[in-house]
Design a protein. Structure first.
Length: 241
């Protein structure tokens, strides 16, 4: 993917995509500093260092790391990046702190998710970051022009979307995946409460966002993903009822 396809210039600052189609993190850039939404798996830290250097910025300008939820593919690089930045504050919803700490007791079919998480922590030498910030539904975080928290549980109990007040852009986390070949909610074995996922998805769709960036997607085209969200929710056969 070309560098141009990884960066969006917006009304307030810009957003840089880290990672790739399997799972993405997003670096929010403006004159006041840097904010990271999700920390990805292994390798995101190295990519982040290269991007920050290319932007002519310093590690200490990364002051906040926001986790949409606590699964390993979103929290995996947080401790490393926190240390590199000199102590960026990590934000997570209180209901997902156990996910970040890898203390969740999975039940039923989601035990498979637990097996994958434990394997990933072992393979990647996962360490939990220090969590100092709490995401609270409706609160506006005072960076990147204002980032509003939307608590949209189901995938995990503390799963949140984040809305850029200045740019009208929603970072929807794992509420849905958006690919040309498949637009879908997370599979049952990865979601603690799939029925709640569908309720949360509909709540977001009813807000009619015009620009959406999920964590799992193909092209960095927020308008495209907003249209796909509407089709998933409200078109016959979309799979959400």
């Amino acid at each position: 993917m070309s560098p141009a396809a990884r960066r969006l210039e917006l009304r307030h600052g810009s957003v840089v995509r880290l990672g790739g189609p399997l799972v993405s993190a997003h670096l929010l850039v403006d004159a006041a500093g840097l904010t990271l939404i999700d920390a990805g798996l292994w390798g995101v830290g190295n990519e982040l260092r290269q991007v920050v250097k290319a932007l002519g910025r310093r590690p200490g300008e990364l002051r906040n790391i926001i986790l949409t939820h606590g699964h390993l593919d979103h929290a995996g690089g947080a401790a490393e990046i926190q240390e590199w930045s000199g102590g960026a504050q990590v934000w997570v919803h209180a209901a997902d702190r156990d996910h970040v700490l890898q203390h969740v007791r999975y039940q039923g079919i989601t035990r498979l998710c637990g097996v994958l998480e434990k394997a990933g922590t072992w393979l990647g030498g996962y360490r939990a970051p220090l969590m100092g910030g709490e995401l609270i539904d409706g609160h506006v975080l005072p960076f990147w022009g204002g980032v509003r928290v939307l608590h949209l549980p189901g995938h995990t109990p503390g799963h949140c979307a984040l809305v850029s007040e200045a740019n009208g852009l929603v970072f929807s986390g794992d509420l849905f995946a958006s690919y040309a070949w498949s637009v879908h909610v997370p599979p049952r074995f990865l979601s603690r409460d799939l029925k709640r996922v569908k309720v949360s998805l509909r709540l977001l769709a009813e807000r009619e966002p015009q620009a959406v960036l999920p964590s799992h997607y193909d092209w960095m085209d927020p308008a495209l993903h907003a249209r796909r969200l509407q089709r998933l929710c409200f078109t016959s056969g979309g799979g959400v009822s």
